[in-house]
Design a protein around this ligand. Structure first.
Ligand code: HSE
Length: 367
């Protein structure tokens, strides 16, 4: 496999190292903003040198963001090249277009590292959908927020210091707003839902409430109750469509969730025949994510279908059916309220619009 590699950041540089150690994969050319002495391969600052090179069969996109990643990925597929990307923002926003293009061009499109970092979650999910009906997906899908919440809980350190450390360690997005407001987890949830249920749901319909408003006093209150806070992305099939949201959730300190620390993720599915399954591991970071990118390349080299799943039934999101207990804290103090997911997120939006202090977390049901 001859690879055109786009980007040499945290994941790109780790992929460069792994791919060069892997027999059968060659980085034919690297796209960079300016030539890098630390990369010992052909380099260019012009994408045309990659897309027009007939020797390159696969483009690995690790620059992130919507543009110019969208232009590069679509041009690569139109030129008959396979694409591997870790770019959840791009694949989520242009899901139907990119999957349709891959099918039309007869090339492969893989994005396993886009959800779960180093965990082969999307790959395993797709494998299961061939023989079972998946009815729910949920879990910790963002490493940065899990790192921040774990450190605030275990070491009593400040939110802002932990966010800075997550950025330094290469877990956070270029703009960490996507992490802390839940948008990154939301994109991973949308990809998971689309593949799990053979559908296409709009990202904008999934309500997101992140952790940027959390205070040390909230963490202290959870501790007194024997609870631990995690940012959870959740979706399940309902009679009318799909219920889906991203929100902080409280779990018993003695349970499995409470023991997922640092940038790790724990993602679970429920399926009719196989029951419940969980996948845990490094959800962010250079080498774990790059390892999933390389595994996608090897899957393509071995010959695989254009995308994980061919079905893409449009489906809308509705959150009226799920009622749960929430911890709610405003400047009037903290209390507990029973609300539907729709009501809870509407309340959060109201406080946000009025720029008033607010934090909420759903209380997970004991299983
Ligand atoms: N910023 C992401 C996270 C990187 O923290 O999970 C991995 O997708």
């Amino acid at each position: 496999m001859k690879i055109g590699l786009l980007g040499f950041g945290t994941v790109g540089s780790a992929f460069y190292t792994l791919a060069r150690e892997c027999p059968g994969t060659e980085i034919a050319r690297l796209l960079v903003l300016e030539k890098l002495p630390q990369a010992d391969c052909a380099q260019t600052t012009d994408f045309a040198d990659i897309v027009n090179d007939p020797a390159i069969d696969t483009v690995v996109e690790l620059i992130g963001g919507l543009h110019p990643a969208y232009e590069f990925v679509t041009a690569a597929m139109k030129a008959g090249k396979n694409v591997v990307t870790a770019n959840k923002q791009l694949v989520c926003a242009c899901y139907d277009e990119l999957v349709t293009l891959a099918e039309k061009q007869g090339v492969a499109l893989r994005c396993t590292a886009a959800a779960g970092g180093g965990i082969p979650w999307l790959h395993s999910l797709a494998r299961l959908t061939a023989c079972d009906r998946v009815t729910a997906v949920s879990g910790i899908m963002n490493g940065t927020t899990n790192y921040i919440l774990s450190a605030m809980t275990d070491q009593g350190t400040e939110y802002a210091d932990n966010l800075r450390e997550a950025q330094r360690l290469g877990y956070a997005e270029a703009d960490p707003t996507a992490d802390v407001e839940g948008y990154d987890a939301c994109r991973k949830l949308v990809l998971s839902v689309n593949i799990a249920f053979g559908v296409s749901i709009p990202e904008a319909e999934v309500p997101c409430f992140g952790i940027s408003g959390i205070a040390a006093a909230d963490i202290a209150a959870f501790k007194r109750l024997g609870l631990v806070c995690k940012l959870i992305a959740h979706a399940e099939l309902t009679e009318n469509g799909v219920a889906a949201c991203v929100e902080p959730m409280l779990f018993p300190v003695s349970g499995q969730m409470a023991h997922i620390n640092g940038p790790d993720n724990l993602i679970s599915l429920r399926a009719e025949r196989v029951g419940a399954q969980s996948f845990a591991g490094a959800g962010a970071g250079g080498f774990p994510t790059a390892s999933n990118v390389l595994a996608d390349c090897l899957e393509i080299a071995a010959g695989c279908a254009p995308f994980y799943i061919a079905e893409r039934r449009p489906l809308s999101v509705g959150n009226d059916g799920l009622r749960q207990r929430y911890y709610v804290r405003t400047d009037a103090g903290a209390d507990s309220r029973l609300m539907t997911v729709r009501e809870a997120h509407a309340l959060a939006a109201e406080y946000k619009n009025n720029q008033q202090p607010f934090f909420m977390a759903a209380v997970a049901e004991e299983k």
